[in-house]
Design a protein around this ligand. Structure first.
Ligand code: ADP
Ligand code: MG
Length: 314
């Protein structure tokens, strides 16, 4: 392709909300053999909603939600935002916790006053969050996090979590003061175009793959819904880059599509890194492409554009 053709293609991309960082990136996309998708926020809307909140002690439900939301309050993770949103709603609209002055406080709900003060907050990518409330440690996240904290998961709790996971719901475990006290179920629906895009890639001779830090059962349920056969679950951020490299080993050109901080090593390792526009800045920086509309159809647009520009019939 001539420099003019590359310039024109870059302009066509930009008009469609596909930002391409340079001619090399544009050229590599035509040869893509595998597209590895992150799950949360990439294949799914990343606008998770809480589907259940189960307390396994005699703690009050409102108190439980307030604790969990306080711990998640400083996290940027889509799961965290869903939990805070749900707890906020519960706090302001549930009768048992309604304020006595009769005013509608929902307008002030961006103010964090209804949450507990937390100290020593830490976010553990791929696992969850941890902090102290009232001198007691609270851990909110997956099994890995509980194991790390030495928290025992009783059989009836484990069974409940499995039940959630089999219906594509992520069960978030909550431990307080050394004891497992509850589980929050969070569902994150697929983007509307996800299944069509996965099918379209297949027709183009490109193999779709899913990689996620989420657990195997939820991952498999989501993959089945979207039509992806090859799933890698319970993968830590550094592991996502290893997955990319494993597909590159035979010389294949690999694209990675992701939105999170945890995807940036994989976006950088991929031959073609594509960041979701609505994602975090770190992911956008690590990528060669930015999909401004956050629409997965643009993965196909990008590959098509490259193929047409370099006119390689395969
Ligand atoms: P993905 O790879 O699908 O984008 P992540 O790597 O961000 O997922 O997270 C993997 C898992 O770690 C989540 O499914 C969840 O169980 C747990 N996790 C991560 N961050 C949080 C958080 N802030 N609160 C609760 N759980 C979390
Ligand atoms: Mg993600």
């Amino acid at each position: 392709a001539t420099p003019t053709a590359v310039m024109v293609a870059t302009g066509v991309g930009a008009n469609n909300g596909v930002l391409i960082k340079g001619g090399d990136a544009l050229e590599r996309a035509q040869k893509v053999k595998y597209v590895i998708f992150d799950k949360t926020g990439t294949l799914t809307q990343g606008k998770a909603t809480v589907t259940s909140a189960k307390v396994f002690t005699d703690m009050d439900r409102g108190e439980f939600l307030k604790l969990v939301a306080s711990a998640e309050g400083s996290s940027e993770h889509p799961l965290a935002k869903a939990i805070v949103e749900y707890a906020r709603h519960f706090h302001f609209f549930d009768d048992s916790s309604a304020t006595k002055d009769g005013q509608n406080h929902s307008k002030d709900s961006t103010m964090p006053e209804w949450l507990f003060n937390v100290s020593e907050f830490s976010a553990l990518p791929g696992k969850g969050v941890q902090c102290f409330i009232d001198g007691k440690q609270i851990s909110v996240g997956n099994r890995k996090l509980m194991t790390e904290c030495g928290i025992d998961i009783p059989t009836h709790v484990e069974n409940y979590v499995i039940e959630l996971e089999e219906s594509a719901i992520t069960g978030i475990l909550v431990a307080f003061d050394g004891k497992l006290i509850g589980v929050v179920g969070v569902a994150d629906p697929l983007k509307r175009e996800a299944a069509v895009v996965v099918e379209g890639l297949g027709k183009m001779g490109v193999t779709p793959v899913m990689v996620t830090g989420d657990n195997w059962r939820t991952a498999q349920a989501v993959a089945e819904e979207v039509g992806i056969q090859d799933v890698r679950a319970e993968v830590m951020p550094a592991g996502k880059a290893d997955v990319v490299r494993s597909f590159q080993r035979d010389g294949s050109i690999v694209a990675m599509v992701g939105d999170g901080i945890n995807d940036s090593p994989a976006l950088a390792a991929a031959d073609v890194g594509m960041a979701i526009g609505a994602g975090t800045d770190i992911a956008i920086e690590a990528a060669d492409y930015v999909l401004m509309r956050s629409n997965l159809e643009d993965v196909i647009t990008a590959i098509d554009l490259s193929r047409k520009t370099f006119a390689r019939i395969r």
